[in-house]
Design a protein. Structure first.
Length: 101
C-alpha cells in the first residue's frame, strides 16, 4: 500500500528561508510534516531533502514513507527527477536531475 502525500505547493515559492519564514510555513510544506523537517519550497530544497534524507534522525519508518511520498510529489511539481523508487533506495549519494533544464 502506498502512502498518500500531504505536501502542497507553497505560495509563493521560496528560495533561501529565514527562520521566521520557515516557522510560518504550513506543515504540509515539509517532507516530514509532524517534525517540520526538510521544507519543500522549491527545486533546490527538494534536491536538498533527497540528499539529506538519510541524515534525518528521530523519525519512524512510517514518517519516512510519508516524507518520500511528499518529496516525490514536490519533485514532480518543481520538475526534479528522483530516480529512487523507495526511500530505502536513498544512499549517501542520491541521484536527482532538474528536468526543466
Amino acid at each position: 500500500m502506498s502512502t498518500k502525500a500531504t505536501w502542497e505547493p507553497p505560495h509563493p515559492e521560496h528560495g533561501k528561508l529565514s527562520t521566521k519564514e520557515r516557522e510560518e510555513l504550513p506543515k504540509n510544506a515539509y517532507a516530514f510534516p509532524e517534525k517540520r523537517k526538510e521544507p519543500l519550497t522549491d527545486a533546490s530544497h527538494v534536491k536538498n531533502a533527497v540528499a539529506r534524507f538519510d541524515q534525518v534522525e528521530g523519525v519512524s519508518d512510517h514518517e519516512r514513507d510519508l516524507a518520500f511520498a511528499n518529496i516525490k510529489k514536490a519533485a514532480a511539481h518543481f520538475h526534479v527527477e528522483v530516480k529512487e523508487k523507495s526511500w530505502h533506495d536513498l544512499g549517501r549519494e542520491p541521484h536527482t536531475e532538474n528536468r526543466a533544464q
